[in-house]
Design a protein around this ligand. Sequence first.
Ligand SMILES: NC(=O)c1ccc[n+]([C@@H]2O[C@H](COP(=O)([O-])OP(=O)(O)OC[C@H]3O[C@@H](n4cnc5c(N)ncnc54)[C@H](OP(=O)(O)O)[C@@H]3O)[C@@H](O)[C@H]2O)c1
Length: 347
Amino acid sequence: MQTKGTSAGKAADQIDPASVPQRTLYTGARMPAIGLGTFGSDHVSAAQIAEAVKAAARCGYRHFDCASVYGNEAEIGGALTEVMASGVKREELWITSKLWNDKHAPQDVIASCEKSLSDLRLSYLDLYLVHWPFPNFHPPNCDVTARSKDSKPYIHADYMKTWAAMEELVKRGLVRHIGTSNMTIPKLKLVLRDANVKPAANEMELHPHFQQPELFEFVRTNGMQPIGYSPLGSPHRPERDRTPEDTSPTEDPAILRIAQRHGVHPAVVCIKWAVQRGQIPIPFSANPKNIFNNLLGVTSDPLTEEEMRQIAALDRNCRLIKGQVFLWKEGQSWEALWDVNGEITPA
Ligand SMILES: NC(=O)c1ccc[n+]([C@@H]2O[C@H](COP(=O)([O-])OP(=O)(O)OC[C@H]3O[C@@H](n4cnc5c(N)ncnc54)[C@H](OP(=O)(O)O)[C@@H]3O)[C@@H](O)[C@H]2O)c1
């Protein structure tokens, strides 16, 4: 880590990107082990997020997790243009975007990726994910009870048609890697069996109260990189994503104790744990101080093995982003989306 007055001449709120841990994907590409999330949870504006991207790049972030559905790629594109004008090269950045659920039809995949590229003002993406495995449209900000009349379950043959179009993006050089998100082991087994281009990463909810140990191990064993979303337990997530059973990892007494010991915010403990465990956390923040502290957390003062063990024991299987709007039948419970019985929930 570089701080003010060091030989690299960095300011106090800058960290040398070369000191940020990297993960190597099966292609040999290297990806920063932490990224900035860019979903404003319906209360942070696109303009504020563009400012957050610039602040993050200034302090040493090179990895940004975007998505068309976040509604801010055009503003982030403006920010990235400024970042590159300030001297950061395109190849030093890692930019992820995601295909939204109403664009799974093969003919829509290429157009959707091209729209993200044009909004982000880039000629290629480093990673493009299928955001959810369900081809169901629902309007942004809709209520948890909202259902599309055309709702469909996971249909593997259809997913593979979408995936073939994703593979075409790689062939055309529009994206370097493709990946999955919000998947389960039974679904991934089928994709791995049938894909020509293997997913390079799987983005999934991961924090100390939702560690998904089996899926995490499955993803790694099969040569994919786990990317952990909502790594802090998404404390400011929209109302629609809250239920009375939800717990908060940043309020867990064991995390608070470890945070006190290290003199950091509990959020930073969650980030340290995530990187040391091997997933790539993508914490969101619109606050430059938090943005900096999260990056500082992964370049200094690691957790001890004992602290890692203590956090491993905190898992509560507490999924926060349940995805209710993707349910396809009346009276279903959100667990149906996650194949909790070990097989794909029948249509
Ligand atoms: N693939 C998917 O389906 C999917 C689903 C959900 C999320 N994601 C991605 O994952 C990203 C992160 O998830 P998330 O936004 O749900 O939640 P999160 O990263 O777990 O939590 C973000 C919240 O934590 C606060 N925070 C951040 N750093 C902090 C610190 N050091 N101290 C105190 N508070 C801190 C932020 O508030 P301040 O702004 O005040 O710092 C922000 O409101 C998203 O932005 C998105 O890119 C992907």
